[in-house]
Design a protein around this ligand. Structure first.
Ligand code: GTP
Ligand code: MG
Ligand code: NA
Length: 457
């Protein structure tokens, strides 16, 4: 094997699957955190990133007596939502990763968004492993906290073992129907041809050591070239967020290269490319989720791969999903701005706005994008006339009131995960503008549907 000072970056791993398969809970189990219980309705509505240093992975896998040394500095894991309205975020996550974990609930087998995720992975030719999660739900399961899966399996009764075998066989057949060969990882002799299944429990931790070791070993073995660190900056904006005390910030995934405090950068904006300077480079602590508010570590420079929060001036209209470019001394700014412009056009083309419709307001551009996608689906089909990011102010109510003259039912603001100022509320009452507030996207739809039905009566 290579010397331990090998020049590899951390692999980026995206975790995908149907809603409630246990994606966030699996990460909580590795991190020792409780992110999932803090989510509205227990569902993930944003893309997240967590860095796992190699030493934590080594510690978590030591029972497997892996003789293979860890050559990567760590693992960067991207959490994605499983709910159907977030296809854009799954797509963004899967577009960034070197490898993926496809989480399947052992009690449910393949579900609609499992298959949708699978198709995204196939489309991009992304390697993945299957985490067959919730093994502890097998009736009669004996808990073996954080044990490797084969050790845990040995402790189980014949009944549990048989039930497990039956479920695994069923799920292997379901994968075959999707055109894929899968096999329990410890029986898999054709890694690469046949996809590996790792049974896990996010509640009691069985199989977690196996999952981590498989990810790291597999990426190190087959992706050395792809993982060789390169100086060329490759960076994607995940989310645009207002953070108290920091103003508008961007959460990014740095895939390659290095970022420095003071670097001149170009990011795509709703009103054209934004040229600005990195004021602060912040990361959460290792094993903490970037999307959860917490204390940040300040860095002078950061090397890939990493999930980073960047503060800078003028980020208010930055667009999530686009690339971040660094301007080097001899670069032609004009050329970089043009590249940024092309980026934004590809993102905004998915947000087609008709002239007439409701006002939609969300906390981040990512959630706004999701909400617009959701409103566009045939079952929902609510036209959107205006969009905004951040709290609902008086001026937003004024904007919505324009529709009072044209189509009264559309003089409505759908506010997702944002506050409404008391002045805005007062004005809305006075003018007859409706404001619906929710922190779960499809609840907005339910409220709006009832309202529309009432109007029609
Ligand atoms: P979305 O992000 O909303 O798509 O869901 P998710 O895939 O992240 O699932 P989440 O982590 O939110 O878990 C959903 C529910 O399943 C929660 O109530 C968890 O406590 C539960 N759960 C997750 N993993 C396990 C597991 O291994 N065993 C058991 N018994 N319950 C689990
Ligand atoms: Mg989740
Ligand atoms: Na969930």
């Amino acid at each position: 094997s290579r010397p331990s000072d090998s020049n590899l970056r951390s692999p980026i791993c995206c975790i995908m699957g149907h809603v409630d398969a246990g994606k966030t809970k699996l990460l909580d189990c590795i991190r020792g955190t409780n992110v999932q219980e803090g989510e509205a309705g227990g569902i993930t509505q944003q893309i997240g990133a967590t860095y796992f240093p190699a030493e934590n992975i080594r510690d978590r896998t030591k029972e497997l007596k892996a003789d293979a040394t860890l050559e990567v500095p760590g693992l960067l894991v991207i959490d994605t939502p499983g709910h159907e309205s977030f296809n854009n975020l799954r797509s963004r996550g899967s577009g960034l990763c070197d490898i993926a974990i496809l989480v399947v609930d052992i009690m449910h087998g393949l579900e609609p968004q499992t298959i949708e995720s699978l198709n995204l992975l196939k489309m991009r030719n992304t390697e993945f492993i299957v985490a067959l999660n919730k093994v502890d739900r097998l009736y009669g399961w004996k808990t073996c906290r954080n044990a490797p899966i084969r050790k845990a399996m040995k402790q189980q009764s014949e009944d549990v073992k048989n039930m497990f075998k039956t479920r695994v066989n069923e799920i292997v057949t379901q994968f075959k129907e999707q055109g894929l060969n899968t096999e329990l990882y410890y029986k898999n002799k054709e890694m690469g041809e046949t996809f590996s299944i790792v049974p896990t429990s996010a509640i009691s931790g069985e199989g977690i050591p196996d999952m981590l070791l498989l990810l790291v070993k597999w990426t190190q073995k087959t992706m050395t070239k792809k993982l060789t660190y390169s100086e060329e900056v490759q960076c994607t904006v995940l989310e645009v967020k207002v953070i108290e005390g920091h103003g508008t910030t961007i959460d990014v995934v740095l895939v390659n290269g290095v970022l420095h405090e003071g670097d001149q950068i170009v990011v795509s904006g709703m009103q054209g490319p934004i040229v600005t300077t990195i004021r602060a480079l912040l990361t959460p602590h290792p094993m903490k989720e970037l999307r959860v508010k917490g204390s940040y570590i300040h860095h002078k420079e950061i090397k890939a791969a990493m999930g980073i929060k960047i503060t800078a001036q003028g980020l208010e209209h930055a667009v999530a999903g686009a690339s971040l470019h660094v301007v080097k001394p001899n670069d032609d700014l004009k050329y970089i701005k043009k590249a940024a412009l092309e980026d934004v056009e590809s993102v905004l083309s998915r947000i087609d706005r008709s002239g007439e419709g409701v006002c939609v307001q969300a906390s981040t551009l990512g959630s706004l994008e999701s909400l617009l996608e959701f409103l566009k689906t045939p079952e929902v089909n609510i036209p959107v006339g205006a969009i905004n990011i951040g709290p609902v102010h008086k001026k937003d109510v004024m904007k919505a009131s324009v529709m009072l003259e044209k189509k009264r039912e559309y003089s409505t603001i759908l506010a997702f995960d944002v506050k409404v100022t008391s002045e805005a509320k007062e004005l809305a009452d006075k003018l007859g503008v409706k404001i619906f507030i929710a922190d779960i996207i499809y609840h907005l739809f339910d409220q709006f549907k009832v309202y529309m039905a009432n109007i029609k009566e």
